[in-house]
Ligand binder design. Sequence first.
Ligand SMILES: [Fe+2]
Ligand SMILES: [Fe+2]
Length: 339
Amino acid sequence: MKISRRNLFKLSATAGLTAFTASAFSPLVGLVNVAQANPLKSSKVKPFNFAVIGDAHLYEAPNHRFDKTLERAVSDVVKMRPKPDFVVFIGDLANFGKKEELLKGKKILDRLKKAGIPYKIIPGEHDWYLDLGKFWKELFGSPYWSFNHNGVHFIGLNSILVEDYWTAKGMTPWERMLAIAELECHVCGLWGVGEKQIRWLEKDVKNLSPDTPIVIFTHSPLWNYYPRWNFQTKDADAIRQILSKFEKVIAIHGHVHQVVYNRTDNMVHIGNLATSWPWPYPPVELPYPQIVMNRADPGDIYDGVGFATTYIDDTFLGLLKYKEWADLIPKDLKNGISL
Ligand SMILES: [Fe+2]
Ligand SMILES: [Fe+2]
């Protein structure tokens, strides 16, 4: 007999163990009130929704299960009412940076455009290190950008740039790609955005007033979560410093493939779900409040994966909803958390 997650929870509860209760048969939505304190006094935000999809890790093979989960995220977004104003894809569209993988991903994401929903995209390490971003840039343009929408300033950065670890070792492009594709790459070093983007960011926000609502997207977190797995961005301190003049900043990242939350000074940091697989939590103490997903069922391709939507209201209070397809998200997220 297969023990369903629901049964397992019942059993756990009966045994007196701590258990998250969750419905196995309806999509559970986890809510994280990403900025419930200190609404901006002078905000001129016009309320809207946007969605965040990421870490699709598409393979070249046709009809791969990761195609299905990305397609499902895209079709869920297309069906959303009210329609999201746009989508941000937060990196790792491909698994090995191959043209076929990136092209397949673009084709799936372009369904958003066909439905009248524009999308922006930043790269992940899996998109980049076969040809150092050449084909990605041909397909998608600049890997860092900013735009204004309904009174909010949105920024996307390429946070996966490393020092050259391949030339001295005589690595082929494929060897370079395989090395960084490991969760724990021993030769790659820490990655970040680099000097050029730091200077660009300074200029980008220079003339914005401190009460401007800011949302920033990076593939990796803008805090030191677990550097050993590059759950970090090495110049995050410089980025946070540049953004410190703003009253409030919402930072959304991919790469960790899991629910995680942190707060640093004026910034709220939220980890996005992957559409491919959930990573385990690294062996470190999580920030408060600690939010840990239940362990995914490896036999269920929809367990532990999904995407997120964010509603921004007229005081720049954000409400992030994890949209997952199984019952992995703890129930306490359904009613929000105090930040
Ligand atoms: Fe990823
Ligand atoms: Fe990644």
